[in-house]
Design a binder for this molecule. Structure first.
Ligand code: PAP
Length: 322
């Protein structure tokens, strides 16, 4: 399992990589070389894709872009957005989630589209086009920032985000390797070193723009989604210009996109995605708020709380304390 994943993350030719070899570099979780470009950390293939995206993507006004830092519960929203946009008369048997992993329904700009081809032809995609990205706000193409397209940003408390990330990265390691030492992964996270990190800078950039332009960016948190899924799904649908007419429609979408249901579907239990080489099931785990309590020591938790307090001070953003 790990071989294709590592290769897609790491492989690009030395000629293509030449412009980046002088960038600051850091080893992440013992496996990935991350390069710091304009303040954020990328693997080289993601950096190539991000630059191609910046240079070539032309946004349409009805595009929907799902943005997030990694492991914040994006997969939930990857399922919700197409479900909200879909024809409300679809029966359960016609639900695209039955046969497609959420990664397929909301394709990644930098893991798929601009990784496969630096100048993809997107003209034949059905409108409204749905995309997702982990690219930080500052690195988005001007076309996304300046068009009327909508951005949905998913965020999550840093402690649970870190724990989810650590679990996910462990699924890419062999049984012989065992889990990556959590203390080392934690140090990197606290230092701001993770793919598309620093985490706090990522969240804060989108947060600030969401305050300035609430019709442009809808800022969601995993904790609010878990606390009131129906309320948050209605909010998301209104933002997307697809408000629900009946309560049953909301219930149906919430159920279709629930972790329990998605986890139980064959399409998500089996298989490996073709562009990242990651097992489909790796995107669905416990899905709880406060799972950090099972993994972080009191000292680690206090340290990350203190970093969070300092980073978010004055921003108006806070994550639910659990
Ligand atoms: P990504 O960054 O690779 O897209 P992402 O989906 O953001 O991954 O993160 C996975 C987390 O979302 C997992 O959290 P956990 O490790 O704390 O369990 C996963 O369980 C959770 N998740 C995925 N789908 C759903 C869903 N439908 N409802 C709630 N949580 C979900």
């Amino acid at each position: 399992m790990s071989v294709p994943f590592f290769s897609t993350f790491q492989t690009t030719s030395s000629i293509e990589n030449a412009p980046f070899v002088h960038l600051p570099r850091a080893k992440w979780v013992g496996a990935f070389d991350l390069y710091q470009w304009e303040g954020f950390w990328y693997t080289l293939p993601r950096l190539h894709a991000t630059i191609a995206l910046q240079n070539h993507f032309k946004s349409l006004d009805d595009d929907v872009i799902l943005a997030s830092s990694i492991k914040t519960g994006t997969t939930w929203i990857k399922a919700l957005i197409p479900s909200i946009m879909a024809d409300r008369i679809l029966t359960d048997e016609q639900d695209p989630l039955l046969t497609n992993h959420p990664n397929v329904l909301t394709p990644s700009l930098e893991f798929k589209i601009y990784r496969e081809n630096t100048t993809p032809n997107l003209s034949e995609m059905q409108s409204p086009r749905l995309f997702r990205t982990h690219v930080p706000y500052r690195a988005l193409p001007e076309s996304i920032k300046n068009s009327k397209c909508r951005i949905v940003y998913m965020s999550r408390s840093p402690k649970d985000t870190f724990v989810s990330m650590w679990h996910f990265l462990n699924t890419l390691r062999s049984d012989e390797e065992g889990p990556f030492p959590i203390e080392e992964a934690f140090e990197s996270f606290c230092d701001g070193v993770s793919a598309f990190g620093p985490f706090f800078d990522h969240v804060l950039e989108y947060w600030k723009v969401s305050l300035e332009k609430p019709n442009k960016i809808l800022f969601l948190t995993y904790e609010e989604m878990k606390h009131d899924p129906k309320g948050q799904v209605k909010r998301l649908a209104e933002f997307l210009g697809r408000p629900f007419e009946k309560e049953e429609e909301v219930d149906k979408v919430v159920w279709r996109c629930s972790l329990e249901r998605l986890k139980s579907l064959d399409v998500n239990k089996e298989g490996i995605d073709p562009w990242e080489g990651i097992a489909h099931h790796a995107y669905f785990r416990r899905g709880t708020v406060g799972d950090w309590k099972n993994h972080l020591t009191d000292e680690m938790a206090s340290r990350l709380d203190e970093i969070t307090r300092m980073k978010l001070e004055g921003s108006g953003l806070s994550f639910q304390k659990v």
